[in-house]
Design a protein around this ligand. Sequence first.
Ligand SMILES: Nc1ncnc2c1ncn2[C@@H]1O[C@H](COP(=O)(O)OP(=O)(O)O)[C@@H](O)[C@H]1O
Ligand SMILES: [Mg+2]
Length: 394
Amino acid sequence: MLIHMKANPGGQIDTNAVIGRSAVIELLWDTLEQQSIIKTAERRIGKTTIAKKMLAEPRPGWRPVLQDLEQYHSAMDFAMSVYREVHQFLSNRGKATRLAKALVQSIGGVEVGGVFKMPEMASAQWKDVLRTTISDLMNERSEGDDRLVFLWDEMPFMLANIRDREGAPTAMEVLDVLRALRQDHPGLRMVITGSIGLHHVLGSLKKANYANASVNDMLEIEVLPLESSDAVSLAMLLLEGEALVCAESANVAEVIAHESDCFPFYIHHIVKGLKIAGGTVDSHRVREMVKHQLTDEKDPWELYHYRERIPIYYGDDAKTVLLILDDLAVRSESMSVADLLGALKNVSGFDDREALLSLLKLLVQDHYLSRDSNGAYQFRFPLIKRWWKINRSL
Ligand SMILES: Nc1ncnc2c1ncn2[C@@H]1O[C@H](COP(=O)(O)OP(=O)(O)O)[C@@H](O)[C@H]1O
Ligand SMILES: [Mg+2]
């Protein structure tokens, strides 16, 4: 690979600056042969980067379209964005969105220079737009044509936007309509991605299980941090690309991979920090840099998010959640449910085993904790544990 890789934490990176990920990308394509996918992971792990790589280098036979849904605030915005993509896909093949086009025109949609404007009063017809668009897409397909697959990034954000503007029932209906479309058209494929769990977006209506039911025909694939060998390669390429002078660069790259928990975003940050600091890099300086970035008030790694969202996610249970995380952060061993309950009883009088079990389940879904084969709990990511201790002054 003859590329000059620059540290670019959080920025748009070139497809050939994407390191690793071939195994998960293969798994995604293989799975798409059978079913649609819900791709989950903590933010900044590299979900969007994976989608971009799939877009740039699709498996033969597939035509991915990548849409960042965060920008849409109504169900009609979403339906029309799907219409635009399908329209373009079909017209490139000399085919047409016949039904959908007629419908869009009949409800007053006008196209001005590639941008569609839809009258406000037509907004209730988003379902018809979506249905007819997908019908056109599936019906116009001939044997041997590439298959279109929707890569829908930040779907939960869009659902939250729709919930806030048009109400939770509409947000739920979007998921329902998509599910019905998957059932009506067995060949339809979508990859839904997002950093916040659907359970948080729709849970406000006390229907926490509803969101899961509406996507349980899809396979959930979790994106993990980089493989450690890929994390080392990324660190190495960035050190070289930034022309940093290293004492024993292989060792330095190992330390960077380890200190970052193999999150590519943090690897970029460490190298950027080293670059800005200047001078010769050795493993001691890497560790100092990480310590500095973890305690930096400006929070370059955006870790405060893990603390900030707790009251939003857990409401009245936030206090208990903080106690659980504080307790686990200072232990070297994982803790059983009985031990956790005992500890909670001691400090706060909390004594509700069932409630504790539900909270632990949510904390696993939200990537704070993982559960080992003995059923004991521990922080999912050592780095987050380390930061938690610092942030909470434990
Ligand atoms: N495979 C990778 N190789 C190199 N850098 C990566 C890779 N994946 C992510 N990054 C870096 O991490 C940042 C965040 O990744 P991104 O895909 O935006 O995460 P997510 O969508 O999960 O929040 C990117 O801007 C890039 O700097
Ligand atoms: Mg993203």
